[in-house]
Design a protein around this ligand. Structure first.
Ligand code: ATP
Ligand code: MG
Length: 261
């Protein structure tokens, strides 16, 4: 275990010769007696779909919360586009181009789907810059995204009236409205039926083709294996393996971690 962790550390620092889009170094976070993230270093290559997997409670969501500034880290550093984002709050980090979705989709139940899509534009503080005509343009962009996700027929339905899968798609669409460079997806396929699963995977791939980098947490292994170019396995808050999906899947350290958990 120690060997592969060390090997990973070297790789993370070198980043395969390319500069990382997101670089996490020696990140730690403790909640009382629980060490949720433990000296975690990992890198996300620009243009990749990188998977972050691991058993329940291994610290995946906590890594997302630390990177996006939702909670404060105990130690370590995070840089995005080679610039430190340490100490910045969620809105600043979001404004720099890191979007995220949540394990349980967070949408506004009393806003319509299309209104939900416009919240990120407001949040990014762009509203003031827009004339009425530009706002119309934003609305058209929102409709285009809803069409792309095949949920434009519910554009005027309240968020609260959408199905679970539609909420997942809406949340993905909404995060795209702020034109992020990197999107952290926390279980985009969790609890979604197989047909929708395929659509979500396909749309993530197509967004990636347009240049969006993804770091995705997911328990559905075939989803991860199909989509990701690189996978990092967390166990008790530490990366224990990294590499191509097929290699990671066969890694005995990884199999032990899952069986042990
Ligand atoms: N706000 C918090 N307060 C206390 N403990 C927390 C908090 N958030 C997470 N933890 C603990 O930290 C550990 C890591 O949790 P985390 O949610 O990051 O895991 P995860 O890998 O996302 O798990 P899952 O796959 O079940 O979503 C767990 O032991 C969890 O109980
Ligand atoms: Mg989680």
């Amino acid at each position: 275990m120690e060997g592969s962790h060390r090997a990973f550390g070297v790789r993370a620092i070198q980043g395969g010769g390319a500069v990382s889009l997101l670089q996490i170094d020696n990140l730690s976070k403790r909640f009382g007696g629980v060490v949720a993230v433990d000296d975690c270093s990992l890198a996300v290559a620009p243009g990749s779909i990188t998977g972050l997997i691991g058993p329940n409670g291994s610290g995946k969501t906590t890594v997302f919360n630390l990177v996006t500034g939702f909670i404060r880290k105990d130690t370590g550093s995070v840089s995005f586009n080679s610039k430190s984002i340490d100490g910045l709050g969620p809105d600043r980090i979001y404004g720099l181009g890191i979007g995220r979705t949540f394990q349980l989709a967070r949408i506004f139940p009393r806003l319509t789907a299309v209104e939900n899509m416009l919240v990120p534009v407001r949040r990014k503080g762009l509203r003031a810059l827009f004339s009425r005509a530009d706002w119309g343009h934003e609305k058209a962009r929102a409709m285009e995204m809803l069409e792309f996700l095949e949920i434009s027929h519910v554009a005027n339905s309240l968020g609260g009236a959408l199905s679970y899968g539609q909420r997942k798609l809406l949340e993905l669409g909404a995060v795209m409205m702020a034109e992020p460079q990197l999107v952290l997806l926390d279980e985009p396929a969790g609890g979604v039926n197989p047909a929708l699963l395929e659509r979500i995977g396909d749309r993530i791939r197509r967004l990636n083709d347009r240049g969006i980098t993804f770091l995705l947490v997911e328990h559905n292994m075939s989803f991860v294996m199909n989509l990701c170019s690189e996978v990092v396995v967390l166990y008790r808050g530490r990366p224990i393996a990294t590499g191509a999906p097929e290699a990671v899947r066969k890694d005995p350290t990884v199999l032990d971690a899952y069986l042990g958990a």
